[in-house]
Design a protein around this ligand. Structure first.
Ligand code: BG6
Length: 492
């Protein structure tokens, strides 16, 4: 670690995005339909304090399959990275990025998910991209599954609640590990694996269906999650065999819960909420389910079917590092009705009176990031990687032609405040591999499908309906981040 408070040498500075939110080109290059391609744009007023809009019902899916083109389905066209990637990579190089966290669209590689052979055009797209990134000194950090899967696996198999999907994923993982051996050193298996329980459609690939009488609706979520844990362990095992120099990480939406008061009951409640968030990393890092979650299953009558060998597989194939997203902290109380609520993309939480919120109602808590880093490091003692952090905001494009600019001081403040806390955590002794801010380019929001909920340091001239030039414009935060990276954090 740098003695003068600088970041470690080789720190992986960069930006992050997901295929379904940036690529577009949903019907190009032999790609099949994915879950994300059937999420319609639903305008719900000011979008403040919403819960997820990522669900699509059976009826909406049927309608979406019958609808050609991208109109009404923002993730089908997104930021058009599929067609503009070469120019975008030059911008990333200009930014001085050391890493790009991105994902592969499974449906580009296996259009239906259960195809006998992969789609060569899809494989070639990412091969060219990884090769160019490496030429520009940018390390790809690649998520195998980020909030999407081939739609066919959902409609025909019922998604992740069906054990058969584990096998399809293993084939997909082996295919990309083999093809990109030598090009990709950092792999993440499932994005925010814990959201499978919060949003079974997105993470779990389970269409909203009425649970059978007497069956806890969470049953399918836990079953899907177990299948993802097994699939993740199989992918990790395959990586060890196919690409032994690769590092495999899990990925958690870290939702740190603070007690609302110092009442012991609130403290225990917050601890329970934290343990229910961290049981995912317990499985993927320690190799076993925790007592907390096993007790929860007993108390609620949830039964997770496991095959013989599953537990041994989980124990033998733990990950090398923990990657996580951090946007906000949450508040726990045994009496939540005493407090007001505020938003998140998949849930709402008790409002913390000590914190401001974003336009979308998300708590702003830079110090929480230091807390989370120390907490994860103390608990697991494996390297950490912040692969998402950022501010969704409405930006204003000013000027014309070559003078167009976005003066986003608020985003610079956000990054500065969070990264100062990251620096503190590194000084505290936390082993941190890197930091990739969310977006990079403006992309379509996961929860609201808005382009105008912007996270990037590079503005994309498109609106919520997909209209606009698509031009890329460097925001003020781009210049700020470029200097910061060039100084390895010294200008913070
Ligand atoms: C994370 C997801 O939960 O939050 C991203 O991994 C998502 O895919 C990000 O984009 C921000 O959420 P949203 O809904 O504002 O796009």
């Amino acid at each position: 670690h740098g003695a003068s408070g600088t970041f470690p040498e080789g720190f992986l500075w960069g930006t992050a995005f997901a295929a379904n939110q940036v690529e577009g080109g949903f019907d190009q290059g032999g790609k099949g339909l994915s879950q994300a391609d059937v999420i319609p744009f639903r305008k719900t007023g000011d979008y403040v304090d919403i819960t997820s809009l990522m669900k699509a019902t059976d009826a909406q899916i049927a309608e979406a399959i019958a609808t050609p083109g991208a109109a009404g389905y923002p993730k089908r066209s997104a930021s058009d990275f599929y067609n503009r990637w070469e120019g975008d990579v030059e911008l990333f190089a200009e930014l001085g990025m050391k890493a790009l966290r991105m994902s592969i669209a499974w449906s580009r590689i296996f259009p239906n998910g259960d195809d006998a052979a992969p789609n060569e055009e899809g494989l070639l797209f990412y091969e060219r991209l990884f090769t160019r990134l490496r030429e520009r000194g940018i390390e790809p950090v690649v998520t195998m599954s980020h909030y999407e899967m081939p739609l066919h696996l959902v409609t025909e198999y019922g998604g992740w609640s069906n054990r058969a999907v584990v096998g399809f994923f293993e084939t997909y993982a082996k295919t990309i590990l083999t093809r990109y051996r030598g090009l990709v050193r950092y792999w993440l298996t499932f994005n925010e694996i814990n959201t499978t329980l919060i949003e079974p459609y997105t993470g779990g690939g389970i269409i909203e269906r009425e649970p059978q009488d007497g069956v806890d609706p969470r049953q399918a979520g836990y079953q899907a999650l177990h299948h993802q844990f097994v699939a993740s362990a199989l992918a990790t095992k395959a990586a060890r065999e196919i690409a032994p120099d690769a590092q495999v990480g899990c990925m958690l939406a870290r939702m740190a819960h603070y007690p609302a008061t110092s009442a012991p009951a609130d403290i225990v409640r917050a601890q329970w909420d934290n343990n229910m968030n961290l049981f995912h990393t317990d499985v993927q890092v320690r190799g076993r389910y925790s007592g907390t979650v096993r007790r929860f299953w007993r108390d609620t009558g949830i039964h997770v079917a496991m095959e013989p060998g599953d537990e041994a597989l989980l124990a033998a194939n733990t990950v090398d590092f923990i990657s996580f997203s951090y946007y906000m902290s949450l508040v726990s109380s045994v009496s939540p009705e005493l407090y007001g609520a505020t938003g998140g993309n998949l849930f709402s939480t008790i409002k913390n009176p000590h914190l401001q919120t974003t336009e979308w109602g998300w708590h702003l808590d830079p110090e929480g990031l230091r807390y989370v880093l120390n907490d994860l490091w103390d608990r697991y003692q494996v390297p950490l990687f912040i692969v998402e952090n950022g501010l969704g905001a409405t930006d204003v494009l000013e000027g014309t032609g070559a003078d167009r600019a976005v003066h986003d001081e608020y985003r610079i403040d956000y990054f500065r405040q969070h990264l100062q806390q990251v620096r503190e955590a590194i000084e505290d002794g936390v082993d941190l591999l890197g930091y990739t801010s969310w977006g990079g380019l403006d992309i379509v929001s996961a929860s609201t499908s808005q382009m105008t909920k912007r996270y990037g340091v590079i503005y994309v001239d498109l609106d919520d309906e997909g209209a606009g030039s698509g031009d890329r414009i460097r925001k003020d935060s781009f210049h700020w981040y470029r200097e910061l990276i060039a100084s390895n954090g010294a200008t913070l």
